[in-house]
Design a binder for this molecule. Structure first.
Ligand code: 3SK
Length: 512
């Protein structure tokens, strides 16, 4: 018989109409026009966007670049493009014109959809682009562009075209902590694979949940948190297009009462500092998640005590689409990344690809159902990252005797002191245990004998001062003589990627 239609939009969007959720809010905006998008409206609006693409002669597999803030048009465009068999490419909304130019050209997108607030930075990026046939602005449309309303007005509502489960569905650009952005190509079955595994079996997300993710939807972590996990079960997502300051985040917890809050370590640290000064926020949380970088143990413990909801800390990647190694509710050991998510296998290997044992540091490899198909136009990089069924993560880990994984750093960030590996992350954890320290980053620096020793960059909590020697002694006592930072520099902020990962390479090179 005919193959079933594996277009992901059928499962995540249209299924809810058949299951009686047409009037249920799928997305609620917490800022801007504060609009609500029901599952029924999303099914129609995404179908109409698909119809508008086809009316504009967009063909299957053409890329639709999305520079869209978290607002209700984001899911409409994302699912609409997939319904048309085109490939949505959500792009980070915090980039410079030069990087937009690079990414939009690299994707060879034929349609660009952009939020009006981002037009000023995107416009210079497309001046010389000859692949784009339509530029659609959500809001007021400047000359040479079409407004979202005009683009979609009167278009027929298109059904989801038939797709194979292995067919390309969407791309995400991975910035990495260094290097050039790479287009990571994902297939239709991957979103369901992550919601069936991490979403269902670790988070245990259910229809009654309301989710708020500070990680935006252009980021793989945010896409799962705010889109595929809640949409897999017919739950509701609160979306916020602005910067998640402590005031904004606490306001959302109070006013919208999300039950699941998805954050990143830097934000949890900032929220804790704010709550310890200004009081615990009102909330209805049952669970929090953290990813992006490893959560310092002390931040997790303080948060649990103060808020009364655990943080499920895990690690994922754009290449694997979401989290594959994680703590689990009720079985959390802060300071570790937990165990493999059901459905995923991991290995730790040395530089000869031999498995290493408990207590030894190795590179983490992962195998699971949501691995990307490869990078766009980067054959060498694809081959060295996706090795058969295994994906190399570039992260160094250690496995405890109990089978939990402890993060040691990026392969590129590790260094040796007196012949022994030092994990910058372990030293950073010890530094943030100090009551005056908000955040820390550790890199190697040559001493006067030309040997590597740890150097710490620290951001202090508001109103705090620091005696560097006392901080060195504090770390020495906690983690051992050779690992303590020989130099401590207080800085206003640490260099980070748009998704919150510390860019230690910039500190190493003295670029900040
Ligand atoms: O950085 C992570 O831990 C992560 C988690 C989920 C999805 C994507 C990423 C990069």
């Amino acid at each position: 018989g005919a193959a079933a239609n594996a277009n992901a939009a059928l499962y995540f969007v249209d299924r809810h109409i058949a299951e009686g959720r047409a009037d249920k809010p799928a997305f609620v905006e917490a800022d801007g026009a504060k609009r609500i998008l029901t599952y029924g409206q999303l099914a129609t609006d995404s179908g109409r966007f698909a119809g508008a693409l086809i009316r504009s002669a967009v063909r299957r597999e053409e890329r639709i670049a999305m520079v869209i803030r978290d607002q209700i048009e984001f899911p409409v465009v994302f699912w609409g493009a997939m319904k048309a068999g085109a490939i949505p490419v959500p792009i980070n909304t915090l980039l410079s014109s030069a990087v937009y130019e690079q990414i939009i050209a690299d994707s060879r997108a034929t349609v660009l959809v952009v939020s009006e607030e981002l037009w000023e930075v995107v416009e210079p990026a497309i001046r010389d682009n000859t692949a784009l046939r339509a530029v659609v602005v959500i809001g007021a449309a400047p000359g040479g562009t079409k407004s979202f309303r005009a683009f979609t007005e009167g278009a027929p509502v298109q059904e989801a075209v038939t797709c194979h489960e292995d067919e390309l569905a969407f791309w995400l650009y991975s910035s990495g902590s260094t290097g050039q952005p790479k287009g990571v190509r994902h297939v239709h079955s991957s979103l369901k694979a992550t919601s069936d595994t991490f979403g269902a079996q670790v988070l245990g997300i259910r229809e009654e949940d309301t989710v708020y993710s500070v990680a935006k939807m252009f980021f793989a972590y945010g896409l799962g948190n705010a889109m595929s996990f809640p949409m897999a079960v017919g739950a509701t997502t609160v979306i916020f297009g602005g910067r998640p300051t402590p005031d904004a985040a606490f306001g959302i917890l109070k006013d919208h009462r999300p039950t699941i809050f998805c954050g990143v370590p830097t934000l949890f640290a900032a929220l804790l500092a704010a709550a310890e000064q200004g009081g615990t926020p009102e909330h209805g949380l049952r669970l929090c998640t953290s990813a992006g970088e490893a959560l310092p143990r002390e931040v997790g413990e303080r948060w649990s005590r103060l808020i009364g909801a655990e943080i499920v800390d895990g690690v994922g990647s754009t290449e694997m689409l979401h989290i594959f190694l994680s703590n689990a509710p009720g079985d959390i050991v802060y300071g570790t990344s937990g165990r493999p998510v059901p459905g995923y296998e991991v290995r730790l290997v040395d530089e000869h690809d031999e498995d290493v044992g408990p207590g030894e540091v190795g590179e983490l490899l992962v195998r699971g159902p949501s691995a990307a198909e490869g990078y766009w136009n980067r054959r060498d990089k694809s081959r060295s990252t996706f090795e058969g069924h295994w994906t190399r993560t570039g992260d160094k880990y250690e496995r405890t005797a109990e089978g939990r994984f402890v993060y040691c750093g990026r392969t590129d960030d590790m260094f040796k002191v007196s012949g022994i590996w030092v994990s910058p992350f372990e030293v950073e954890q010890a530094l943030v245990d100090h009551p005056a320290v908000l955040e820390a980053a550790v890199v190697p620096q040559r001493d006067d004998q030309d040997l590597d020793k740890p150097k710490a960059f620290v951001v202090l909590k508001e109103g705090q001062s620091l005696d560097p020697d006392a901080l060195k002694d504090f770390v020495k006592e906690k983690i051992g003589m050779w690992k303590y930072p020989r130099w401590v520099e207080v800085v206003e902020e640490l260099p980070k990627t748009a998704t919150g990962k510390i860019q230690r390479f910039k500190l190493r090179e003295g670029r900040c």
